[in-house]
Design a protein around this ligand. Structure first.
Ligand code: ATP
Ligand code: MG
Length: 397
């Protein structure tokens, strides 16, 4: 047997595996690196988050990714070069984290790498006859494996699509295994560039689990914070808090087919981008509103579309525990408006469940890698939610 397979076999049989989950979402803020100790699999999965760090992308990395990110037309050489280039950065970041944490590559069993999404194109977005759902993540797994010396699983989303899903949101697998609680209906609400939630029924009935993207989280706020104020994001909503929501623009922003499609649905900055907002401004005759009013209106757009989506699956007369994660959980105005619109939600953060909100997505990919090596895959019995083993395996040598 190939020695790499031996090693993998041994890892699968370990009582506890140390897996580094990597996540770099659509916000392009940086690489989330979560070192997890994981035992068991499926509903018996137990995770301890040993260490977590976000390595901020330097400006050069953001600039190079933005040349292809969510663009319909790109320089093909740029895309080709970015794939190994970014992976090499990720490998260096892992070495830096391990050094900080007093560890070495030999202390780690696996890396679970999400990769950098550069394009997400479900059928509802591309609407091209005969073409499937599609998504593309770069930062090649072989390069990360060779660069770190650690077996790397990557490119998790392709199997989901191959088996009939949209390639997203994948959070439901880890959310269900880690955070389901008998007797408590829970909502795991992640507000990254795009927002999504997983509904976890207190009955633990897998067929009643629900996941969908809701629309924008921070992506539009970040885009306009950059345009108007030259900063990466609206820290603590300081700009939005100085503005007033413009009702005409808000109505125009909400007037899109995406919000009328059935769940589960997925989306990205391919749809929710500056052009989307500028079009809504033109339609609603609001091109002249102040930068502060724009920020307030875009924050309201995120809050409303999150609560509209939640409202369409939750009973208005029942109480739910909502566990927020992602950068949007740090936005006080977004959190306040969600709470005001849905008083029957009890707002918490995933930190209260032992996994810091900023680390959650990276941890969930570590869970997927654990499941691929030591688990069975989870069947939710629903279209778009296949029971599959996800991730491609790259050996370091
Ligand atoms: N203090 C804060 N106030 C307001 N917004 C914040 C704050 N801290 C972080 N954010 C927002 O969170 C964003 C980063 O969120 P996050 O890392 O969860 O998104 P992501 O990388 O796109 O991940 P994904 O889309 O996969 O969930 C930042 O770009 C910013 O908009
Ligand atoms: Mg991020």
């Amino acid at each position: 047997m190939n020695r790499n397979l031996h090693k993998l076999f041994d890892i699968a049989n370990k009582p506890v595996r140390r897996i580094i989950g990597l996540m770099s979402g659509t916000s392009l803020d940086g690489l989330d690196v979560a070192l997890c100790s994981i035992s068991g699999s499926g509903m018996d999965t137990k995770v301890t988050l040993e260490y977590f760090d976000t390595i901020a992308y330097p400006v050069v990395v953001k600039d190079e990714i933005r040349k292809v990110f969510a663009r319909e037309t790109v320089d093909f050489q740029q895309l080709c070069l970015l794939n190994p280039w970014l992976a090499n950065f990720h490998a260096v970041y892992i070495h830096e984290c391990l050094y900080q944490w007093g560890l070495e590559p030999k202390d780690i069993d696996l890396i679970a790498s999400h990769g950098q999404t550069v394009y997400h194109s479900p059928k509802i977005l591309h609407q091209r006859n005969g073409f499937p759902n599609a998504t593309l993540q770069i930062a090649d797994g072989d390069h990360i494996a060779v660069g770190t010396g650690i077996i790397t699983l990557s490119d998790f989303r392709q199997k989901h699509i191959a088996a009939g899903g949209e390639g997203a949101p994948l959070a439901l697998y880890g959310d269900y295994c880690l955070f389901s609680k008998a007797g408590e209906d829970r909502v795991m609400l992640n507000m990254g560039g795009i927002s999504n939630f997983t509904f976890l029924p207190g009955t633990l009935d897998a067929t009643a689990v629900y996941v969908t993207d809701t629309g924008p989280g921070n992506t539009l706020l970040d885009a306009f914070a950059r345009t108007y104020f030259g900063v990466e994001y609206d820290k603590d909503a300081l700009f939005a808090l100085q503005g007033t929501v413009n009702a005409s623009l808000l109505a125009a922003l909400k007037d899109n087919d995406f919000f009328r499609k059935p769940f589960p649905r997925t989306t990205g900055p391919e749809l929710f981008n500056k052009a989307y907002v500028e079009n809504a401004q033109a339609v609603s005759n609001t091109t002249g509103i102040t930068a502060y009013d724009m920020m307030a209106t875009l924050t309201c757009f995120s809050a409303d579309t999150i609560t509209d989506a939640l409202g369409s699956v939750l009973d208005a007369d029942k109480e739910y525990a909502v566990y927020a994660s992602g950068g949007g959980a740090h936005n006080p105005l977004l959190m306040r408006w969600i709470k005001e619109r849905m008083p029957h939600l009890n707002m918490h953060t995933t930190g209260e469940l032992g996994i810091a909100g900023d680390a959650k997505e990276a941890v969930l990919f570590a869970i997927l890698a654990n499941e691929a090596i030591a688990g069975e895959g989870i069947d939710f019995g629903k279209p778009g939610m296949p029971a599959v083993t996800m991730g491609k395996i790259s050996f370091p040598a």
